[in-house]
Ligand binder design. Structure first.
Ligand code: SAM
Ligand code: SF4
Length: 335
């Protein structure tokens, strides 16, 4: 690799190239999922969060440094006022190959068509139960039927790849692994199981009691279906398997039991403009200071991003008493 190439792209000190960002557009949400938030949340005041213009500027500079893929997340991205204007502008960014969204799905019946037209090619929709009462218990306020109609709206709108995200927790929904899988198979969409991560303190349970390993989840599915390991990668943390006789893929995101740090290609930007180099560590750079300093321009922002690569830790250590655990909740992290 030439020195010039190195100077203009995001490569960390372990040789990992960063070409994927997760951009949080809000810390707010219309749900209060038990693993993600406490019941009484205080959200950030408006002055502390990046404006839509500032979010766009961050995304643009990242793409100029070789980022090909941006996932919008939060909090719940679709509750941010005028978020569609940002999404439309991002969809037209030169150099960006994929614009993705992670959402709780509650507003997709309204936005699916507009998202498709804006260039969103993949949508991840979180759903942890197919039972309305239980869904409400886990999300504390969510309505299952809104999410189900949002999923159908995405299928009808022709979104290229739709994936369900399910966090399986002992004592909440561990008996729904097969039902959730079969729902995805039936709809011809993908599903990924995510191990609950110890990000911040939860108010309703102790995570050490609830976290379910994906090895266990996989065994449950294999009691009924043949799973074929797949070499497919989406350049994300999921390891996918194919279900014999079906279109759908089943993904396992196992940050707790199978560390996926070796080929990590991503960083996160919180809605306060904090660049987080690792999901499970606190190493960060304040981009908001640079964005709001009139004496600084995009070249300063680029330099900060390139320099930040030296801070990217080699790996995270979840549930390890010898290493500090993140105090950020997931809505502040950008899932
Ligand atoms: N509100 C959107 C949603 O729920 O999809 C986007 C943000 S949410 C923080 C992104 C993903 O993180 C969701 O799939 C959610 O299930 C997952 N998540 C939140 N807290 C988590 C935790 N502590 N461990 C594992 N996954 C978590
Ligand atoms: Fe909201 Fe998503 Fe967190 Fe649930 S997981 S509280 S939907 S941000």
């Amino acid at each position: 690799m030439s020195t010039t190439e190195h100077a203009d792209s995001l490569i960390d000190k372990f040789g990992r190239k960063v070409d994927y960002i997760r951009l949080s557009v809000t810390d707010r949400c219309d749900f209060r999922c038990v693993y993600c938030m406490t019941e009484d949340m205080t959200f950030l005041p408006r002055t502390q969060i990046l404006s839509l213009e500032e979010l766009y500027r961050v995304a643009k500079v990242f793409t100029e440094l070789g980022v090909k893929k941006i996932r919008l997340t939060g909090g719940e991205p679709m509750v941010r006022t005028d978020v569609m204007t940002l999404i439309e502008r991002l969809g037209a960014l030169p150099g960006l190959e994929e614009l993705l969204l992670t959402t709780n799905g509650a507003q997709l019946d309204k936005y699916a068509v507009a998202l498709k037209s804006a260039g969103v090619s993949r949508i991840n929709i979180s759903i942890d139960s197919l039972d309305a009462e239980r869904f409400k218990r886990i999300s504390r306020v969510g309505k299952l039927e809104k999410v189900l109609s949002g999923i159908d709206a995405c299928i009808e709108a022709g979104i290229k790849r739709i994936r369900l995200n399910s966090v399986i927790m002992r004592g909440y929904n561990e008996d729904e692994v097969l039902a959730l899988t079969e729902y995805a198979l039936d709809k011809g969409i993908d599903i990924a199981f995510i191990e609950e991560m110890p990000l911040g303190e939860t108010s309703d349970h102790n995570r050490k009691d609830t976290t379910c390993s994906n090895d266990w989840v996989r065994n449950v599915i294999e009691e009924k279906y043949d799973l074929n390991d797949s070499a497919e990668s989406t350049a994300g943390p999921s390891r996918y398997v194919r279900v014999a006789g079906h279109e759908s893929r089943v993904g396992f995101i196992s940050p707790v039991t199978h560390n996926f740090c070796e080929d990590c290609n991503r960083v996160r930007v919180t809605v306060e403009g904090r660049l987080l180099l690792c999901l499970g560590n606190e190493h960060s750079v304040d981009l908001r200071d640079i964005l709001r300093d009139e004496s600084k321009d995009d070249s300063d922002l680029k330099k900060a991003l390139i320099d930040s690569m030296d801070l990217k830790p080699e790996r995270h250590y979840f549930f390890d008493d010898d290493h500090a655990q993140p105090v950020r909740l997931m809505n502040m992290t950008g899932g």
